[in-house]
Design a protein around this ligand. Structure first.
Ligand code: FNR
Length: 190
């Protein structure tokens, strides 16, 4: 069985190291996972005023999440939390009330930072948000990637063998997690 993973990059920066990490994860993942990026950069700032009539950007986000088997969050840490753009996207997808796109949708979180903590605090914040949104999330392995120049090429090739093994294992574990969740919560039930 093939599974489709939608990945959301939490950074809007053109030279985002987390976008580079996402490229590496796509390359290194088990071959039976298909990937599609779920873009967040064109979303307006959410307000529940929109709930009566979701704009096209909000509907596109919800449709994109509905179309995938699981969501992979690849996010930087901004001021010890997730970037506002990512929180905004999650707020959009969680609404309108009663139509939460994350309910029963398997998720995993990973992130890269030049600092040694490797987005750990942002990931804890994100886990709280995803818990509230009723998204079953892979608890382990955790992945806090300290990004040093050259660790991943622009094409998404991991240059360090240990990191490559670690990231491959992370994606293998995510695949197994998706299978487990979809066994208990088939897509028709979500
Ligand atoms: C940062 N950075 C940062 N790094 C970190 O490890 N913890 C933090 O709390 C922060 N805070 C922070 C706030 C803001 C507004 C910016 C712009 C940056 C540094 C950050 O990890 C670095 O810029 C990365 O390159 C961000 O990832 P992307 O956006 O390149 O994927």
């Amino acid at each position: 069985t093939r599974y489709t993973v939608g990945y959301i990059v939490g950074s809007l920066a053109t030279a985002s190291i987390n976008r580079t990490l996402a490229k590496a994860l796509v390359r290194i993942a088990p071959p039976d996972l298909d990937f599609v990026e779920i873009p967040i950069k064109d979303l307006p700032l959410y307000s529940y005023d929109y709930d009566v009539d979701y704009p096209a950007e909000g509907r596109a986000l919800k449709d994109a999440i509905a179309a995938v088997d699981a969501v992979l969050f690849v996010t930087p840490e901004y001021n010890r939390s997730i970037p506002g753009a990512l929180k905004n996207a999650i707020d959009w997808a969680s609404r309108p009330w009663g139509d939460n796109s994350f309910a029963h949708k398997p998720a995993a979180v990973i992130g890269a930072s030049p600092g040694a903590i490797g987005t750990a605090v942002a990931q804890q914040n994100l886990r709280s948000v995803l818990s509230y949104c009723n998204s079953p999330q892979m608890n382990a392995p955790e992945a806090y990637i300290q990004f040093k120049p050259g660790l991943i090429t622009d094409a998404g090739e991991v240059t360090d063998a240990g990191t490559a093994r670690f990231l491959h294992n992370f994606m293998e574990e995510f695949r197994a997690f998706i299978v487990r969740v979809l066994t208990v919560l088939p897509r028709s039930a979500t």
